[in-house]
Design a protein. Structure first.
Length: 155
């Protein structure tokens, strides 16, 4: 599957429509995704990783900081915070806080997206090497009625 040319690296994402948000499909995605442990996911987001107050408190404790000191330099948005990249908790190419990592990190390279017609579609961050292999597997499922298109946020 070719990725769209009009989206700059490393932000290429693909929406997979026709794959309902069911436990069986989630299990299938997770079973067929194999992390390459390259650490790219912890280095490439320009805006940073959105974390909740609870996640910030757990990370602060791991860093031996108060939640206030930990979140002071972070951008706050509607009760969440953006933690800058590269992640300060990286240990080589691996997560140094794997046991408490934020939910957005646990989901990577997957995210759910509500389409314009209010259906749920899966967004797969296609710049992830493991996701590229998964997308090739998914491409063989076109006969199942799956559709792929570049991900573009609603305006």
């Amino acid at each position: 599957m070719d990725l769209p040319e009009d989206v700059p690296e490393p932000f290429k994402s693909v929406v997979v429509e026709g794959l309902p948000d069911t436990p069986a499909n989630v299990a299938w995605l997770l079973a067929h995704f194999q992390c390459e442990q390259c650490g790219q996911c912890c280095r490439v987001h320009t805006i940073g990783v959105r974390i909740t107050k609870e996640e910030a408190a757990r990370l602060a404790a791991r860093a031996n900081m108060s939640p206030e000191d930990f979140t002071a330099p972070l951008v706050e948005d509607r009760g969440t915070f953006f933690m800058p990249q590269p992640c300060r908790f990286m240990a080589g190419t691996r997560c140094g806080v794997h046991d408490i990592k934020p939910s957005v990190c646990r989901r990577y390279p997957f995210n759910k997206h509500e389409t314009v017609d209010a259906k749920t579609a899966w967004v797969i961050i296609a710049s992830c090497p493991g996701a590229q292999k998964l997308l090739k597997t998914l491409a063989s499922g076109r006969q199942l009625g799956l559709e792929y298109r570049p991900f573009k946020k609603k305006r």
